[in-house]
Design a protein around this ligand. Structure first.
Ligand code: GAL
Length: 414
C-alpha cells in the first residue's frame, strides 16, 4: 500500500471508529431478494451490518428487479430515499448520479484498495463515473446457465443433457412421457433465455457487436436468424399457459421434478441449495448452455442516497466497507450462487457450479458485459416484450421477431 493509500485508510478507519462509538444507526436497505435462496443470502448482509454496530432495516420489495427498480428510483428522485439500495451494475443509476442524489464513496473504495482487490474490473468500473465511485459491487452474477434435474432424465431413460443440443434432442421423449421439458417464467426471464440462446448459438462476439456496437447487419443477419429459428422450434415445450409468474417458481418446477430444465442466471443455484440438492449429483448447471463456457458480468451493487445526517453518512460508508470484507463475501456468495468480488477468500466450501464459474472467470476472454452495461433499460424492456410475445405466440414468425429486434437495437440511444 502506497503512502497516500495508507493515509486514506487511516483517515477512513478513524471515521469508522468514531461512528462506531456512537449508537447504532438504522439503515433502511431496499433490495428484491425475496426467493428462498436470495433471502438466505441477504440475511448474511443484514447479520454483518448489525454486527458492525448499526442496524439493518430490511426493505425487501417482492417481485424481482422489474418491480423494484422503478420503486427504488422514484423514492430517491421523490426525496424519500432509503439508506442503501441494491441495483445492477450498469446504466440504471446514471440519472441519479447526474442529479447529485447519490453519495460519493470514493474514500471507502480508496481506503479498501478496491481497484486492486475487487475483480473483475468491469464491476467497479460500472460504479465509477468521472473518476468517482458511487456504489459497492458485491458479486458477479452471470445469466448464461441451464439447470437440469438429473433424476427426471434418468427416470425417463435419457442421459442428462450436457448442452443445448442434447436438451433439444431429449425434449420430445420427455414430452411424450408427460414431463415438461423446459420451465419458464413470464417477462424478463424469457428475455434472459433468448439472450442466452443467442450467446450460445451465435457466439459472444456477435452478441456484443449487436448489443454494444449496435451492429444491425449481424442483428438482422443469418447468424441471428438461425437462433430465432431454433427458438421457434422449442416454444412448443413452454406454451403460454405453462409459463409461471416468477423466475423462482420456474426453477422450483425443476427442483420438484415437474420440469426437466430451466434457463436462468446463477442465482437459481441458491434455490437448489435451499432445497438441499447437490450440484453434479442431483442437478447439473451448464454455463453457456453447455455450448461454450462463458459468463457475463451481471451482478449486484449497493448505492447510498445522500443523507443530511452525518451519522447516517458514516454508517452508509461503514456498510459499503463491510459488504466486501472477506468473511461477508464468502458467506453471502456461497448462499447466493454468485461469485465473490475478491479472489483472496476461502472458497473451500464452493459447490460445483461456483467452481465452474470461477474457472471461467480465470479466462477473461470468456467474460463479456452484462446487457444493461451495454444498452439502456427501456430498450431492454422492449426486447424482453418482443421475445416474450415471440415465445408465447406461435403465430409470430421468427422473421417478424428478428425484424422487431433489429428495430429496437437501431433506435436504442447510444
Ligand atoms: C437480478 C439480480 C440477482 C437475482 C435476480 C433475480 O437482477 O442481480 O441478484 O436476485 O435478479 O431476482
Amino acid at each position: 500500500m502506497g503512502l497516500k493509500k495508507f493515509a486514506a485508510a487511516l483517515a477512513f478507519s478513524a471515521s469508522v471508529m468514531t461512528a462506531g462509538i456512537a449508537s447504532a444507526t438504522d439503515l433502511e436497505v431496499t433490495h428484491w431478494w425475496t426467493s428462498g435462496g436470495e433471502a438466505a443470502a441477504v440475511a448474511e448482509f443484514a447479520k454483518a451490518v448489525d454486527a458492525s454496530g448499526d442496524h439493518w432495516v430490511d426493505g425487501a420489495i417482492a417481485g424481482s428487479g422489474d418491480v423494484a427498480r422503478p420503486i427504488i428510483i422514484s423514492r430517491i428522485l421523490g426525496g424519500n430515499p432509503m439508506a442503501a439500495t441494491q441495483l445492477n451494475p450498469g446504466k440504471d443509476a446514471d440519472d441519479l448520479i447526474a442529479a447529485g442524489l447519490l453519495e460519493d464513496i470514493t474514500d471507502v473504495a480508496t481506503a479498501g484498495d478496491w481497484a486492486h482487490i475487487l475483480r473483475p474490473a468491469s464491476q467497479l468500473a460500472s460504479c465509477t463515473k468521472d473518476g468517482k465511485v458511487y456504489c459497492v459491487p458485491v458479486n458477479l452474477h452471470s445469466a448464461q446457465w441451464m439447470w437440469t434435474n438429473r433424476k427426471v432424465y434418468e427416470d425417463a431413460g435419457i442421459a442428462p443433457p450436457q448442452n443445448w443440443a442434447d436438451f433439444v434432442a431429449a425434449a420430445p421423449a420427455l414430452q411424450a412421457k408427460g414431463i415438461q421439458p423446459l420451465s419458464m417464467a413470464q417477462g424478463w426471464p424469457v428475455g434472459l433465455m433468448v439472450n442466452d440462446v443467442l450467446v450460445a448459438l451465435a457466439g459472444v462476439e456477435n452478441f456484443v457487436k449487436v448489443y454494444k456496437d449496435r451492429d444491425l447487419a449481424i442483428a438482422g443477419g443469418p447468424e441471428f436468424t438461425k437462433v430465432f429459428d431454433a427458438l421457434a422450434a422449442v416454444r412448443q415445450y413452454v406454451p403460454a399457459d405453462k409459463m409461471v409468474p416468477q423466475w423462482n417458481e420456474a426453477v422450483g418446477l425443476v427442483i420438484q421434478g415437474k420440469a426437466a430444465a430451466n434457463i436462468m442466471g446463477d442465482w437459481a443455484g441458491g434455490e437448489f441449495q435451499v432445497a438441499k440438492m447437490v450440484a453434479g449429483k442431483d442437478y447439473d448447471c451448464l454455463p453457456g448452455l453447455g455450448v461454450t463456457p462463458v459468463l457475463n458480468t451481471g451482478g449486484d451493487v449497493f448505492y447510498f442516497p445522500k443523507n443530511k445526517d452525518p451519522a447516517v453518512t458514516a454508517a452508509q460508508k461503514k456498510m459499503a466497507a463491510t459488504l466486501v470484507t472477506k468473511e461477508v463475501q464468502v458467506a453471502f456468495n456461497l448462499k447466493k450462487g454468485s461469485l465473490p468480488m475478491r479472489a483472496d477468500v476461502d472458497l473451500s466450501a464452493a459447490n460445483d457450479c461456483m467452481k465452474k464459474g470461477l474457472e471461467i472467470l480465470d479466462h477473461s476472454s470468456a467474460v463479456f458485459p452484462n446487457d444493461v452495461q451495454m444498452i439502456d433499460r427501456d430498450s431492454l424492456n422492449q426486447i424482453n416484450d418482443t421475445f416474450t410475445a415471440f415465445m408465447a405466440d406461435p403465430s409470430m414468425t421468427a422473421a417478424a421477431a428478428q425484424a422487431k429486434f433489429v428495430d429496437i437495437i437501431k433506435n436504442a440511444p447510444k
